[in-house]
Design a protein around this ligand. Structure first.
Ligand SMILES: [Zn+2]
Ligand SMILES: [Zn+2]
Length: 247
């Protein structure tokens, strides 16, 4: 399977990542990608950026170093109601909205509390996809989450960095991927690069997707057109949910 757009990358704006947007674009080009999504951490992550960062992403050109730039965020799931740490009017302007658990913003709870929070985030009309749902530090009911993702038309991520930094991810990600194949849930495949050379580093995640037998049509970013039409639909739905901008 050939992934065309890396849907999860971090720049220096995240506070603990080390490359600029231009560096990330060069990394994407070197990996033979057509584009990448900049998904810096939401403001709830210590050391990350101010909400103004997300409002001003519209000044960044659509093409950098010959690859497509897409604006995004990796928002933090903040509570069991599925709330995230960026205002609706800012979320509505981005191309792609990931949301995920990070323990500084959400204490890992019981399997049932984690599952409730993740399903609530999937039902949040301002969220498009869940980052690293296979993180073993936040056990979830995989089947319930995959069914919710399919029902809400959202995506679950297979995160390539998880296999290096989130111990025990092989098993949970393989199980999630098999359930996605069975339930028809959409998947995105992201590097979670915090340094430019990791952009497009997706081989382990792709191997998990292929082993689970997920058809290519379910992998949104295996096609530029498929990913862009998903973003367009989600952007319309986010704009409706956010209502008129206060600014
Ligand atoms: Zn993350
Ligand atoms: Zn990340």
């Amino acid at each position: 399977m050939n992934i065309r757009i890396d849907t999860h990358t971090h720049s220096v704006a995240s506070g603990h990542a080390f490359s600029t947007i231009d560096d990330l674009a060069r990394g994407a080009r070197a990996s033979g990608l057509d584009g990448f999504v900049l998904t810096d951490h939401g403001p709830g992550m210590p050391g990350s950026t101010h909400p103004y960062h997300f409002g001003n992403l519209r000044i960044v050109p659509e093409l950098i170093e010959g690859v497509r730039f897409l604006s995004g965020v990796e928002a933090n799931i903040m509570d069991t109601a599925g709330g995230v740490d960026l205002a609706p009017y800012l979320l509505s302007r981005l191309d792609f909205v990931l949301a995920g658990f990070h323990d500084i913003c959400f204490d890992p709870g019981s399997r049932s509390a984690n599952t409730d929070a993740m399903i609530a985030a999937l039902s949040n009309p301002l969220v498009d996809a869940i980052s690293h749902p296979g993180n073993p530090s936040f056990p979830i009911d995989n089947q319930a989450v995959v069914r919710a993702a399919a029902a809400f038309g959202k995506a679950l991520e297979i995160n390539n960095s998880s296999f290096r930094i989130r111990k025990g991810s092989e098993r949970s990600c393989a199980e999630l991927a098999s359930l996605c194949a069975r339930e028809g849930a959409s998947v995105v495949c992201g590097s979670d690069a915090h340094y430019w050379r990791d952009v497009g580093n997706l081989s382990k995640a792709v191997a998990v997707i292929e082993a689970a037998g997920i058809p290519e049509e379910q992998v949104l970013n295996a096609s530029v057109d498929r990913f862009l039409s998903f973003c367009e639909r989600r952007k319309r739905e986010r704009a409706e949910a956010a209502g008129p901008s206060p600014f």
